[in-house]
Design a protein around this ligand. Structure first.
Ligand SMILES: Nc1ncnc2c1ncn2[C@@H]1O[C@H](COP(=O)(O)OP(=O)(O)OP(=O)(O)O)[C@@H](O)[C@H]1O
Ligand SMILES: [Mg+2]
Length: 409
């Protein structure tokens, strides 16, 4: 007899049948809290996970009304549910299953555990209700992850907004400065004429203009200084290690319904970029992919090297330099884009998402960053066929990354 089988039998009263030992063992090892009540609502069995959720063990033989009455149930919004309105009380009357009931258990010490409950009535062969089984899923980890994700997205949104506000301000200030420089030049040429005219009135008007141009120039200078990006630290990055390091964050961000696959070429070269900006760009693309797959799908993250020239790389922009590039691809099996949407995706504030969901700054920011790194960005997409975004960075040095074992981690 295996060692653990012996310990099971020790936990159970003598004479317990094998079937009941098995069901006892099965319930104990379920990843959810389970407790069974008889038709009078008396707790007759429970597992340790259930006790962990409630923060204490019920006394077997105690009425569940008494046990559960010692704890409050709240709606997910935090509103107290009177005990006679809880599904536990109702099932004794209605004898109907309650599925996916999301609630919060408030323990005696005031701590709260969000849970998902499924309650099924149990009947004998005559259709008489014997009791019910309540299986309760602990959602603490899931809720914490949801909150984390929310914080992450808010932070990303803020930084994107500031990035684009900075770009717009700097562009405007730059144009103003150019105009003001022409006005200053014109005024200094005019000054000699004003002096020669020897008119006090003219001199006063002229000085007014000169002062206004000087003030405007100093204002534009300040704006430029405010929006000028602080030099970001560039470092040598191993694309495979970078993607691997982000995988669990990406999995959390896209949710369980999307399968994340990695295809990292073992000998990819290094690239040079700011790590936070590159991570933020990949996360942006992954979140776009998630939004394109509301019913789930696949997200493939891949890396490889490519030697690009003007013939084999049609997607180049004006700064394109032929040579060796590191390619990071983010490919989804989502809804894809029509040619009309594809044409506008880089325009700041262009979004097809409902109000409050998208700022339309994600791809504008990703492209701005890739351009700054002297890289290239391509998007291929068709409605219903998914989307493939590739980021190309000039490879840095001749070193290659380490072999990466396991295609999907
Ligand atoms: N992977 C994708 N699949 C389908 N459509 C996409 C994808 N990525 C981007 N798009 C389209 O491009 C638009 C612009 O994307 P972008 O990332 O710039 O902004 P957003 O996602 O709408 O908002 P934000 O990223 O600022 O929250 C999206 O609204 C969507 O219509
Ligand atoms: Mg986006």
């Amino acid at each position: 007899m295996p060692e653990n089988a012996l310990s099971i039998s020790l936990l159970l009263p003598p004479g317990t049948s094998l079937a009941s030992k098995l069901s006892h063992e099965l319930i104990e090892h379920l990843p959810v809290g389970v407790y069974l009540c008889n038709a009078q609502g008396t707790v007759v069995a429970y597992n340790h996970k259930a006790a962990d959720i409630w923060g204490e063990s019920p006394n077997l033989g105690e009425s569940q009304i008494k046990f559960c009455g010692a704890h409050k149930l709240l709606t997910p919004e935090g509103v107290h549910i009177p005990h006679h309105q809880t599904p536990l009380a109702e099932i004794l009357v209605t004898q109907k299953a309650v599925t996916n009931f999301r609630t919060i258990v408030e323990r005696r010490d005031g701590s709260r555990v969000p849970v998902l409950a499924n309650i099924v009535p149990l009947f004998d062969s005559d259709g008489t209700m014997l009791g019910f089984m309540n299986s309760v899923q602990d959602l603490r980890q899931q809720v914490a992850q949801e909150l984390n994700q929310q914080h992450l997205e808010n932070a990303l949104f803020q930084s994107q907004k500031m990035e684009v506000v900075g770009q717009i301000t700097s562009g405007l200030a730059h144009d103003f400065n150019n105009q003001l420089a022409s006005m200053s030049m014109g005024l200094s040429l005019m000054e000699r004429e004003v002096e020669a005219a020897n008119s006090e009135k003219l001199r006063r008007y002229f000085d007014l203009c000169k002062e206004a141009v000087e003030r405007a120039t100093s204002l534009a200078d300040n704006l430029l200084r405010f929006s000028r990006k602080r030099a970001k630290k560039l470092e040598r990055l191993d694309p495979n290690q970078l993607v691997l390091g982000m995988t669990s964050l990406i999995r959390t961000a896209v949710g369980a319904r999307i399968v994340v696959n990695l295809d990292l070429a073992p000998d990819t070269r290094f690239l040079k970029a700011n790590k936070q900006q590159l991570e933020s760009a990949i996360l942006n693309l992954a979140i776009n992919a998630r939004d394109a797959m509301p019913d789930g799908g696949t997200l493939d993250l891949s890396t490889h090297d490519a030697n690009l020239d003007r013939h084999n790389f049609p997607g180049h922009n004006a700064n394109f330099q032929p040579g060796s590039y590191v390619v990071i691809s983010v490919i989804d099996s989502g809804c894809g884009m029509t040619p009309e949407v594809l044409e506008k995706v880089f325009a700041p504030f262009f979004t097809t998402k409902e109000d409050g969901k998208g700022t339309g700054l994600g791809l504008a920011m990703v492209r701005g960053f890739v351009n700054e790194m002297n890289g290239q960005l391509t998007i291929e997409s068709e409605p219903g066929q998914g989307t493939c975004v590739r980021l190309y960075f000039p490879s840095y040095g001749t070193e290659h990354s380490q072999a990466v074992d396991g295609a999907d981690r």
